[in-house]
Design a protein around this ligand. Structure first.
Ligand SMILES: Cc1cc2nc3c(=O)[nH]c(=O)nc-3n(C[C@H](O)[C@H](O)[C@H](O)COP(=O)(O)OP(=O)(O)OC[C@H]3O[C@@H](n4cnc5c(N)ncnc54)[C@H](O)[C@@H]3O)c2cc1C
Length: 459
């Protein structure tokens, strides 16, 4: 039950005392801008938006909100796909985009301390001057705070891991306003409970992140890429398993289905065979860095057409096929919306997952595109629907649910990388069983008044 306090004039006055009038707004344009993410979930505007610049300001805002039981939702770039930053109970929206400084780059330690509002592209531009980069790449130009909160990953996860593998230390402001440090700057750390990884992926429901220490990697000197066509998904997955099994360490290992190849041809004239494809990238110290072995594996698994690229420019051309899939789908279906399915299963179950998802669409006369991070067993499917048709949207949600439940039955997860947000809450008990109660207890301990991003993770 919603027992939260609506913002009063006294609250608004107290908030402007903390951040000043310039970094506070109740204008409808600002409220509407923060009412929804990139998903189909219903918009809910906050009652006020603030743009803090310091940890002390975030602490003061949370102290006030906690004492008055005002809901607080953090905001990065709003690029989530499961309703994660939607302020469903109104209240105060804390937009972190003004806390976007790089505090310190320690190149000799391969680390950087950053404020949460910096975007990954801004960060990587600066890091390139040091010959370094931060690899997690969710496609969208997300903020580091949003990526930490969602434990985002993306195409480079197979080599570099997800956000959780690349975060070393966080400064977090708890619901009561106290700032704590979790994790450390040591490359290994086995001291105490692993609170760092409790906050990573907690979607702003346990505390607000005000500083992040990231693990950095050397910028690769050489790139090569392969785009290989196969007759069926089984050959695609055998290729993926063989490449991983050969220890080749691709920096990306992606899958595209026949329908996706077809619209990429239509939109970008890529001349692809209209069959399933594997798209992979290798980066490293040597020119061929795995390329030749990968080609042999593709051929041994019956690849019917293979395109290769060496060097960054050539590689970028080949990668057009994957990077612009979302926009291509929108262009090919003007006026339509897409529901993005995100499930992840063990590699051996991936063909089953792809086949099941396709059949679920066909059985319900729906249409969609299947692609994803095959090297991680992470399937995405963009289901096309008409936003003005409530019955069709309900059907899409139902089919999405059937696919998610199947992923859990295959010993996978309801979400590989987009988080629980609003959309995946119904499946949390099926996936986690009694462990969901432990999660509730943790939430209760850290946020007893339930002010932090209410309406997420738990039903
Ligand atoms: C076209 C497209 C493709 C995408 N592809 C991928 C992909 O391949 N892989 C992937 O992982 N994701 C993908 N995403 C999803 C999305 O980009 C990520 O989830 C991203 O990390 C969200 O970051 P953000 O800055 O936009 O955060 P927001 O959406 O603003 O917020 C995300 C969550 O973080 C919380 N939050 C924000 N800042 C803080 C903070 N300082 N402290 C505590 N909590 C905070 C919010 O409350 C919310 O719960 C894609 C999105 C789009 C639109």
């Amino acid at each position: 039950m919603n027992t939260y306090t609506r913002l009063t004039d006294q609250h608004l006055a107290a908030i402007t005392q903390i951040v000043g009038v310039e970094r506070f707004s109740t204008r409808s344009a600002d409220l509407d801008l923060h009412a929804r993410d990139q998903s189909f979930h219903e918009a809910h505007p906050p009652e006020a938006v603030v743009w803090p610049e310091t940890t002390a300001e975030v602490s003061a805002l949370l102290k006030l909100a906690n004492a008055e039981r005002i809901p607080v939702t953090a905001w990065g770039a709003g690029s989530s796909l499961e309703g994660n930053p939607i302020p469903v109970y109104g209240g105060l929206l804390v937009d972190f985009t003004r806390m976007n400084r790089i505090v310190n780059i320690r190149a000799e330690d391969f680390q950087a301390d950053v404020q949460p509002g910096i975007t990954r592209l801004e960060l990587n531009k600066e890091l390139s001057r040091y010959g370094l980069f931060y690899p997690p790449d969710p496609g969208a130009n997300a903020t580091i705070g949003g990526m930490v909160a969602n434990n985002s990953s993306g195409i480079k996860t197979i080599k570099y891991g997800a956000t959780k593998d690349n975060v070393m230390r966080l400064e977090v402001v708890k619901a009561d306003g106290e700032a704590i440090i979790v994790g450390s700057r040591a490359r290994k750390d086995s001291s105490g409970y692993d609170l760092l990884h409790l906050f990573v992926g907690s979607e702003g429901t346990l505390g607000l992140v005000t500083e992040v220490t990231l693990k950095l990697h050397p910028l690769p000197a050489n790139f090569s890429a392969v785009l290989a066509a196969f007759n069926d998904i089984e050959s695609v997955m055998q290729t993926v398993v063989d490449i991983v099994g050969a220890g080749l360490e691709p920096s990306a290992l992606e899958f595209l289905d026949t329908e996706t190849a077809r619209i990429l041809n239509q939109d970008k004239h890529l001349g692809l065979l209209e069959t399933p494809h594997v798209l992979m990238e290798f980066n490293g110290a040597s020119d061929d860095a795995g390329l030749n072995d990968a080609l042999d594996i593709c051929k041994a698994n019956g690849a019917t057409n293979i395109k290769t690229a060496a060097g960054q420019e050539e590689r970028n051309k080949l990668w057009q096929a994957r990077h612009h899939t979302y926009e291509t789908i929108l262009r090919i279906h003007p006026g339509k919306a897409q529901q993005i399915v995100d499930v992840c299963v063990p590699l051996s179950r991936f063909p089953d997952m792809v086949q099941f998802a396709g059949q679920a669409l066909a059985d319900n006369n729906l249409f969609g595109y299947k692609f994803g991070h095959a090297g991680d067993g992470n399937l995405h499917m963009n289901i096309i629907y008409d936003q003005s048709n409530a019955a069709e949207l309900a059907l899409v949600k139902r089919v999405n649910g059937v696919i998610v439940e199947h992923a859990i039955e295959l010993e996978g997860t309801s979400t590989g990388e987009h988080g629980t947000g609003i959309g995946k809450r119904p499946y949390a008990v099926k996936q986690h069983g009694a462990a969901i109660e432990v999660m509730r207890q943790i939430k209760q301990l850290l946020d007893p008044n339930g002010i932090l991003n209410p309406g997420k993770i738990f039903l």
